[in-house]
Design a protein around this ligand. Sequence first.
Ligand SMILES: C[S@@+](CC[C@H](N)C(=O)[O-])C[C@H]1O[C@@H](n2cnc3c(N)ncnc32)[C@H](O)[C@@H]1O
Length: 319
Amino acid sequence: MLLLAPTQTTALFNYLTALFDVLFRRRFDEKWQSNSSSAGLGQQQKLEALSKYLRAYTKIFKKNPRARFFNITYVDAFAGTGRLRGRELGPLAKYFPGWAESAEEYRKGSVPRALEIEPPFDKYIFIEKDSEKCEELKTLAARFPSKSIKIINEDANSALLKWCKQLDRNHERAVVFLDPFGASVEWNVIAALGRTRAVDLWILFPFFAVNRMLIRNRKPPEAWATRLTKVFGTRDWESEFYSSTEWESLLDPKRPIKLISKTADPYTISDFFIKQLRKEFVKVSEPLALHNSTGSLLFLLYFAAANQRSAENRAENRE
Ligand SMILES: C[S@@+](CC[C@H](N)C(=O)[O-])C[C@H]1O[C@@H](n2cnc3c(N)ncnc32)[C@H](O)[C@@H]1O
């Protein structure tokens, strides 16, 4: 059986992360500075960045004789239907050759984009909570009869925790894409993915939803505070994002006046999330910022790379 020596796995890992930097990092930085875009364009940038990475990933794992040892899986945990929402083209479309085709291409969601990657992954897992969307995914999967596709109709958090437990980290590697609408990914799931040391993670952080919960002149109500703690994996967001000052009241010296203010800006929030990701992953990118048409920051897309420690341990312990 072919095993990777520590130096080989490190080289492979360095190659993948360097590739990520070359392909996306400069654009990430530019976008983070940018203040306006359109939601549709952001969606395309996100899917394009992911597709380019998946293409490079499968190429490395299928063509490199040493990396071929691993079985590779793509997990799309907020899979959708395979088709992005958007206005349908009207009857005029038939008068413009190629128009309908490019619109279809534009509407392609993460699932068909991943299924079309060559060389392919060994396995595809699509998780979707909505049962009707799962039916659409089944129709889509039928178009790819040669591929091993599993569709799971379940909450992404519970499905991923189960998947992490059964992952054979000595023989498997995976890319997991988390593309939620809102703040529904729980930190314990991100931590479980990181601890496999076998997963490269693409995660869309719901900046707008999180920022809205971080209200200005007082701490968030307890239900929101609990949600924020689930998103960040710690209650430390409270001291990171808020400051409080206290002074004596002239009217009643026994009841000091306490002023709470939000100090967090988008960069502080992003840096805090990156700090959390770095506790579980070896390398974390700066984000790609996705804005809406009026320039509001909606989401931040991060890439977090797996640790190769398990493979190194295995190589060290080989007979
Ligand atoms: C932003 S869409 C995903 C779009 C998809 N990545 C694409 O490119 O076509 C989010 C999807 O996650 C599903 N969803 C929402 N909450 C979920 C959960 N807790 N577990 C699994 N799926 C969920 C929604 O039904 C929706 O289809």
